[in-house]
Design a protein around this ligand. Structure first.
Ligand SMILES: [Zn+2]
Length: 1001
């Protein structure tokens, strides 16, 4: 229980002793929305007593742990109270709720709190990814035409008139909301044409189909098109509006079992299959109104030519994203579809994110989607799954013992989602069926055999050539249903491409379908058409189950896409900052609305602009979740554009927060001024590239006191250290160091322990006092150790192990005080702060590490922080996925915010360092947390921003801090990464003794 562990933290060899720190993984660092607002208008509050601590040593851990358990227990109670409050509000309409700071009660101890982190065995599945990795040789043999696979063979007799091969050619256009161009530039130059042509060209022939993924572009387009075009677009969707239909039917039939009929109709309509519906309905209802019914249904449900897949605002990155932002962007997209098109997506489509996370499978299933397609998976994993016909599987969560999270998932087998790699295994053949590459269209096949226009003379030969590819592709799956996507990035922007693709394919389909000896049925389809056919042939329960994730992605050779876990870390941090602000703004705005009825309609009124600010902030955060946004893989000016949007959204959220807090606290009954700044927030960001600065509170003869309001956006009581910057030393202060290493003489940091109730506000008053306090601080010198490599925005391609940095006289300062002890190391590349808090709250558990990394003076430089311990973790370590937190057994935080027996758990996934893989393959995403452990000790690092992480040697964890890369890495970006900025990063390192209840499987 009392093991002493020596920890060497990153840039110095300082041995720091930490005794028995049992950790409880609070979400405070992850979503630490405790914002400070400075009052600049005098309000009439009763100031609370400022707390002080008399001891400056770390000897009160037991007390603090007990305190923490109490706090968490109160959190549980608060959630219970919230549930009742919301029930009451729903039941009785709006009413005023108090937000009293001390509203806590006691309850029995929670059983699970004795263990900070529990790890369970993954459920038994047919495929477990970590086990698969252990078996794989990763030998990268040349497979011939299908380079990363093998020569596929099949028997002609596999199909007959009763068992035909069914082929669904699914036309699609992948539109990035920002990459080489900005979101708006893409829309104006390309996407607008694609969508306009879509309406026109689909209406020309109802056999044509099309799928669309990014709702953000639909929203821009919708604002421009006429009412008539909107009506046409709606008709192309299978919008599944069963409620309207069923209500109409009820009136028509006014009898019998509408429930059964509606359920049947729901299933049948999804694919627009009116014929089957009419025949079935005919049997069911056997009366004369069928014609009316079919006419009505056709009008209402349209023909299913167009399907929105996934339906998020963007197709989000899956490595760096936090689940809160994923939910935000999915809700934003789905709400838009619901509000404007009365449409609900059924299938998900994740073809370009650089690695696939099971969190997405979990979330989209909970959102009601039934199917998923994924593409960017390590080529060796694809080959192994293809060999065993496991490319279609039920993706199961690692904590799910019952299979309730299973999602039917189709993995594309080949190199890419472009046409050469989707019809079958031979890209040279498939490329000839991308009719955009016909001579004269300005695009060629790299395999040097161009497509041919399909004519009466060549159709037999060409169709059979293509059928051969479809048949080979079918050998990799368990059904006789082939998915053949037909599209690429920003395709179908010209009307001529629609004609070229659709007309030539239709000629091929007509030939195939009218030759019974071929035993094939080929057609254009939507994604749901394909999945409906798959489900007709094999019931979902018969598919193999799979658990685990698909990181780290490699598309060829040793080209591992682990660089983007860290690229542009400044903006990765900004992403999390906005996420915290937006969440807080929504909560405090909601509190103001529900607690102050006299302000409620004013808060929502268009004139105040608050709802627009919130909506814009949600959309800016959503846009950045795009797989070229938070990944840091867009062009410099596109990154600027994202950053400006994030910055505007932060300011907008700050405005909402200060206005809402004022509305909550003022005793004045007059409507506030919606443009006035009642509070300054303690986080000033002048530009989108600025490091945040603290507001300095000026004290003088005419200003002897300031009021500070703290807001806690979390659902538990918080008692943490609060730092306020002031202009006078005549308060309890700590010196402020300037970047040069000198000590500022015009401002000081005052620290106190703030206590804020769950989802509440606390007010403190700071008075100027007479001098008397002493500071003890001294200077020391340490050496440091980061590394240097080469690569590009996507890829991490190091020459070898990281090398230690040689240092020239670093400036080291040590500050010791009653509330914190801090070591500050100033190096050319990093300002490195390590802080140990002496407070009763979560912030006192472990060390806080803050860096400001600046590598702008270097070329081809990748900078890491390495933590070395004597923990015997062998090759194993654990990282989280999407910061996702699970409460209870079946619900997640935001979907089911209210939950009995709430226990927060981070979803952690076991990783293994494989020496058979290159260094860059052993880097993984670090969205929230990483830990290593042995029988006695666990070391956890929580991060406030997503970065790349590895555990390359026993006892070590290394986190990449920033990357500066002079060259492109050949994945289409066409530039290096040279727009680095001084970047703040923040971590908490927790060391704990393991108890018997915390045993890992
Ligand atoms: Zn993309």
């Amino acid at each position: 229980m009392t093991g002493e562990i020596e920890v060497r933290i990153s840039a110095q060899y300082e041995a720091m002793r930490v005794r028995r720190l049992a950790a409880i993984l609070g979400a405070s660092l992850i979503m630490g929305g405790c914002f400070m607002l400075y009052l600049i208008m005098d309000l009439t509050f009763l100031p609370q007593e400022i707390h002080s601590e008399s001891h400056n040593k770390w000897a009160q851990l037991e007390d603090r742990l007990n305190q923490l358990e109490d706090d968490l227990r109160r959190h549980h109670d608060t959630v219970g109270q919230l549930k009742h409050s919301i029930k009451d509000m729903v039941g009785e309409g709006l009413r005023q709720e108090s937000i009293s700071p001390n509203k806590t009660t006691s309850s029995p101890r929670m059983a699970l709190l004795s263990c900070g982190l529990q790890v369970s065995t993954p459920p038994h599945t047919d495929v477990q990814l970590l086990e698969l990795y252990k078996q794989l040789k990763f030998d990268n043999l040349d497979g011939g035409a299908w380079k990363q696979g093998w020569n596929i063979e099949y028997s002609q007799h596999s199909w007959n008139p009763h068992k035909k091969l069914r082929v669904f050619v699914v036309p699609h256009s992948h539109n990035d909301p920002g990459w080489i161009k900005t979101y708006e530039d893409y829309y104006h130059s390309q996407t607008r044409n694609i969508l306009n042509n879509m309406i026109k060209k689909l209406r020309e022939d109802d056999r044509r189909k099309f799928i669309w993924a990014e709702t953000s572009f639909l929203a821009l387009w919708w604002d421009e098109i006429s009412q008539e075009e909107k009506a046409q677009a709606k008709q192309l969707f299978a919008n599944g509006n069963m409620e309207v239909l069923c209500s109409l039917l009820s009136r028509l039939f006014a009898n019998s079992n509408m429930g059964v009929l509606c359920s049947l109709l729901s299933r049948l309509f999804a694919n627009g299959n009116m014929e089957v519906l009419c025949s079935l309905s005919g049997r069911l209802l056997a009366n004369s109104i069928m014609e009316v019914l079919c006419y009505l249904s056709g009008r209402l449900l349209a023909n299913g030519q167009l399907e929105v897949v996934m339906g998020g605002w963007v197709m989000n990155d899956e490595a760096n994203t936090d689940y809160y932002s994923i939910l935000t962007q999915m809700i934003e997209g789905h709400q838009w579809l619901q509000n404007n098109m009365d449409y609900t997506p059924r299938s998900s489509w994740s073809i370009d994110p650089f690695g696939e996370s099971p969190s997405m499978a979990f979330l989209v299933k909970r959102m009601g989607l039934e199917n998923l397609v994924i593409q960017r998976v390590h080529y060796s994993v694809k080959k192994m799954l293809a060999r065993s016909k496991n490319l279609e599987f039920l993706w199961r969560q690692t904590w799910d013992g019952s299979g309730s999270t299973d999602l039917l998932t189709h993995m594309m087998p080949f190199y890419s989602y472009d046409v050469p790699h989707t019809c079958g295994p031979d890209p040279k053949v498939c490329c000839q069926f991308d009719f955009r590459r016909l001579p004269g269209y300005g695009m060629a096949c790299p395999w040097r055999t161009p497509p041919q226009v399909i004519t009466e003379h060549n159709v037999a030969h060409r169709a059979e050539m293509l059928l051969d590819q479809y048949r080979k592709k079918a050998q990799l799956y368990r059904t006789n249903v082939v998915l053949a996507p037909l599209g690429d990035d920003f395709r179908y922007d010209q009307a001529s491409e629609w004609d070229a693709q659709f007309n030539n394919y239709q000629r091929i389909f007509d030939y195939l379908n009218t030759n019974p000896t071929l035993n094939v049925e080929a057609q254009f389809g939507t994604l749901s058409d394909f999945f409906t056919a798959v489900r007709e042939e094999v019931s979902p329960e018969q598919f193999p189950t799979l658990s685990g994730d698909f990181f780290t992605y490699a598309d060829r050779d040793d080209h591992y896409w682990s660089g983007y876990y860290t690229s542009r870390p400044f903006y990765k941090r900004l992403d999390r900052v906005l996420m915290e602000y937006l969440r807080s703004a929504e909560i405090v705005f909601g509190l103001a609305w529900s607690s102050r009825p006299n302000f409620a309609s004013w808060l929502l009124a268009p004139e105040t602009g608050f709802t627009k600010l919130l909506s814009d902030a949600r959309r800016s955060l959503s846009l950045f979740q795009h797989h070229d946004g938070v990944t840091g893989t867009a062009r410099d000016y596109v990154v600027e554009d994202y950053a400006k949007k994030l910055h505007d959204a932060i300011r907008g959220s700050q405005h909402i927060i200060q206005q809402s807090v004022y509305a909550l606290l003022t005793r004045n009954m007059d409507l506030p001024d919606s443009e006035f700044t009642y509070f300054d927030l303690d986080d000033v960001r002048k530009h989108h590239y600025s490091i945040p600065e603290k507001t300095v509170l000026a004290f003088g003869a005419d200003m002897e006191a300031h009021t500070v309001v703290l807001f806690n956006s979390l659902t538990w009581q918080r008692k943490e250290l609060v730092t306020v910057r002031v202009s006078t030393a005549y308060v309890k202060t700590s010196p402020v160091f300037l970047r040069s290493g000198s000590v500022a003489d015009s401002h000081y940091d005052i620290m106190f322990i703030g206590e804020v109730p769950p989802l509440g506000l606390a007010t403190y008053r700071i008075h100027a006092v007479h001098p008397g306090d002493k500071h003890i601080w001294r200077l020391l010198k340490f050496p440091a150790r980061p590394g240097k490599e080469r690569s590009g925005a996507y890829l991490f391609l190091p020459d070898g192990q990281a090398v230690m940095l040689t240092l020239d006289r670093p400036l080291v300062m040590v500050v010791e005080g009653p509330l914190l002890s801090q070591v500050r190391v100033l190096l050319p590349e990093v300002q490195h702060y390590i802080t140990l808090y002496n407070t009763p709250g979560v912030d006192s558990l472990g060390l806080e590490v803050n860096n400001i990394v600046d590598i702008t003076d270097h070329n081809n430089y990748e900078f890491i922080m390495r933590i070395s311990t004597n923990i015997q973790n062998n090759e194993d370590f654990f990282t989280d996925l999407n910061n996702m937190q699970i409460i209870c057994q079946h619900a997640i935080l935001l979907l089911k915010i209210i939950c009995q027996h709430a226990v927060l758990v981070l979803q952690m996934i076991r990783r293994k360092h494989f020496t058979k893989l290159p260094l860059q393959a052993n880097y993984y995403p670090l969205p929230g947390a990483v830990f290593i452990e042995d029988d006695e000790t666990r070391l956890t690092v929580l991060t406030a921003q997503p970065l790349g992480v590895a555990a390359l040697k026993p006892g070590q964890v290394e986190i990449m801090q920033d990357r500066r890369l002079n060259q492109d890495d050949g994945r289409g970006l066409g530039q290096g990464v040279l727009d680095n900025r001084p970047t703040p990063t923040s971590f908490r390192i927790i060391l704990e003794s393991k108890t018997s209840k915390c045993q890992v499987c």
